[in-house]
Design a protein. Structure first.
Lengths: 345, 336
């Protein structure tokens, strides 16, 4: 990684207090209960690149997104943006202007009572980037064209647009403060597949033309493959694997990553028999001891039940980090090629 | 499969929504069959009418929506013109329904056991004690561990995946001949989704139950369905064997839809996309509804509405396949 990091997190954690009220706790003599949504996540994103976080619901990927943009304060650890700890810079508008977020639901994230031009120009006005009305109007028109809408659409209200067009408006709003870094939390999950392709292409074009850095959150591995340089796989608040996208998809190492790939419906109809991973994600309030994946893992042994594996460079692959005792000890049979990748070769 | 009597026959189904600004046609001229033991997948984007088709079949159209034309027959008997009271014993006993969100399907105030027992005693000649025993069997069958203990739990005590298993048990316990499953796996995580699909497939096969599987996820269809109907703006635009529709789609919309699914096997520089969006019901264009977005559009598409016609191995509603026209002849020559 020769490029300097745009964003870095170090041992980032966020716990939520889900205890019962004090009186009830006192009566039943139970302690506080903490939900460990994110528990020690470390990664970095080089400038101009895309890191995706994938995982199932409740794995903490959206919480990481919110921690990164400062919607939550971390319980532990730090977020370093362009060399500066965001803990100190939280009130610093010049720092905040440089990062923006795109949300999942384009129906809920646009104020229905505002005209599109007001929605898009709000960050411009809030950060005081432009003050002249004519200039603001021109900038809004330019942003609308940039995301594939007409400058005249600024007159309209959000309800006059389809889901895909609304997501374009969200992107235009995010771009209006000239950010360098965008956090995209499931930006296409609420969209139909033909529209999803439009938005993904738009995001790629904008990254190329504006040199943006993305943190991309998604549960859809196929989408992640299309947009990512690196992929982090999360499970119960922790990163279990962090690898270059190509490596992750051709030679997934962590048993959970393999299980996720295995679970994707087979559109090529090769007729391969899928072996669904058993069980479900355990509760993050009382995660299993040792490796949190061990109750569902085919490779689990006594060490996995007792000792939590750290995210360390994996044997046999240069750039990958895996948190798995089986991979570390070589019990996983080494890097294995995914069946689909063989078929492609 | 084609020589058996179809279990479900839908013919020229038309569903309308009267509004203050005129009547909206939500479904138009929808026809298909489902045979016993067959899984028909229905795909399309939001607003294409796929859920509406399912709702019309189970007699649960949201008012003011109403069936304005066509027929729906189950086992040779019409069910589209029945009163709500006549429909109630058919729904549950002969047609089971599975919806997207398991939390809203289950009654949060009753234990899952009570809901299963109630369904069985309503529809089947069983005593409550027998029904309870069978309820435990069903919960075991759908893969709920320690079913005998969990039967007295409330829905909120189950996780999302387990709840959807309870919903499946509930839909199947009166042993219906047809199941209408509307996005049964959409609210679930991929690993749970795989478990639920495998379960539905096995149960449908073992019990010989026919299934109409409504989803926007082509991957789920490819794995589960025997045949697939593709819907666009309230009509079926292509129908055929799942392998043909997925691998060799004929209708330009199906081709675009399949092309815009991101592949998991490799990275594309640019994804294929269909320009524009599906028209609103109030503004369906004249001629073929897809014509403003279609890369192969020609004059006739803007004038006349195409019916389903043979197209390769499937049937598609597209003038490119009209053997009697210039374009049809051209297309046939290209394909040959």
């Amino acid at each position: 990684m020769t490029q300097p990091a745009m964003l870095e997190t170090r041992d980032l954690a966020r716990f939520f207090d889900v205890s019962r009220p004090l009186i009830q706790r006192a009566l039943s003599r139970e302690g506080r209960r903490m939900l460990r949504a994110v528990d020690g996540v470390t990664f970095e994103i080089p400038k101009g690149q895309t890191l995706s976080l994938v995982g199932e619901s409740g794995c903490g990927k959206s919480t990481v997104a919110r921690l990164v943009v400062g919607l939550y304060a971390p319980t532990r650890g730090e977020v370093i943006f362009d060399g500066r700890d965001l803990g100190d810079a939280r009130s610093d508008a010049t720092q905040r202007r440089r990062m923006q977020m795109i949300f999942q639901d384009p129906y809920a994230s646009l104020n229905p009572r505002w005209r599109v031009r007001d929605i898009i120009s709000e960050p411009i006005r809030a950060f005081g980037l432009l003050t002249d009305r004519g200039q603001i109007e021109a900038r809004v028109g330019e942003l609308l064209s940039q995301v594939g809408l007409s400058p005249l659409d600024g007159q309209k209200f959000p309800h006059e647009f389809s889901g895909g067009q609304r997501q374009r408006i969200s992107i235009a709003r995010a771009l209006s403060s000239n950010p360098e870094f965008l956090v995209c939390d499931e930006p296409t999950s609420a969209l139909d597949v033909s529209v999803q392709a439009q938005i993904l292409n738009l995001m790629k074009d904008l990254q190329a033309s504006l040199g943006l850095t993305y943190l991309f959150i998604s549960h859809n591995l196929a989408v992640v493959r299309q947009v990512s340089d690196r992929v982090g796989v999360m499970y119960l608040g922790r990163l279990v694997e962090n690898a270059p996208a190509e490596t992750l998809f051709t030679t997934p190492r962590h048993p959970y990553t393999r299980a996720l790939m295995e679970a994707i419906p087979d559109l090529d109809m090769t007729g391969r028999q899928r072996i669904p991973v058993g069980g479900e994600v355990p509760s993050p309030i009382s995660p299993p001891s040792g490796c949190p994946f061990h109750p569902r893992c085919p490779l689990a042994n006594d060490r996995c039940k007792a000792e939590r594996p750290e995210l360390i460079p994996a044997r046999g692959t240069e750039q990958s980090q895996v948190a798995c005792h089986a991979v570390e000890e070589g019990r996983d049979g080494g890097p294995q090629i995914e069946p689909a990748a063989v078929a492609m070769a | 499969m084609s020589n058996t009597q179809p279990l479900l026959e839908v013919r020229n189904l038309r569903v309308e929504f009267p509004t203050r600004r005129g009547t909206l046609v939500a479904l138009n001229d929808v026809s298909f069959d489902i045979h016993p033991g067959e899984v028909l997948g229905v795909v399309g984007e939001s607003g294409a009418g796929k859920s509406m088709t399912g709702a019309a079949i189970i007699g649960l159209l949201e008012p003011p929506g109403r069936i304005a034309g066509g027929t729906i027959s189950l086992g040779g008997k019409r069910i589209d013109n029945l009163s709500p009271n006549e429909m109630r014993p058919i729904r549950g006993r002969q047609i089971g329904a599975i919806f997207q969100d398991p939390l809203t399907t289950l009654n949060p105030l009753y234990t899952v056991g009570r809901q299963l027992v109630e369904t069985m005693t309503t529809h089947l000649p069983v005593t409550p004690a027998e029904a309870r025993r069978k309820a435990i069997e069903w919960l075991e069958l759908v893969g709920i561990p320690a079913a005998a203990q969990r039967i007295d739990s409330y829905p909120h005590e189950f996780s999302g995946g387990m709840r959807q298993r309870v919903v499946i048990a509930l839909a199947l316990c009166a042993e219906p001949k047809l199941i209408v499953a509307d996005e049964p796996t959409t609210a679930l995580d991929v690993s749970i989704q795989a478990q639920v699909i495998a379960l539905l497939k096995t149960l449908a096969r073992e019990k010989g139950t026919a299934m109409m599987l409504v989803t926007h996820d082509m991957g789920v269809i490819a794995e589960t369905a025997d045949r697939v109907a593709v819907m666009y703006a309230g009509r079926i635009v292509e129908i055929g064997a799942v392998r043909q529709v997925v691998k060799h789609p004929s209708h330009p919309y199906t081709i675009g839809l399949m092309g815009s699914i991101p592949p998991i096997t490799h990275r594309l520089e640019r994804m294929q996309q269909i320009e524009g969006a599906m028209p609103r019901l109030s503004a369906i264009p004249r001629g073929c509804a897809y014509n403003p977005r279609c890369p192969q559009v020609f004059e006739r598409c803007r004038m006349d509405r195409p019916e389903l016609m043979p197209a390769g191995e499937t049937r598609a509603a597209c003038w490119l396949y009209d053997a009697a026209s210039e374009q049809g002849v051209l297309k046939a020559a290209q394909d040959a």
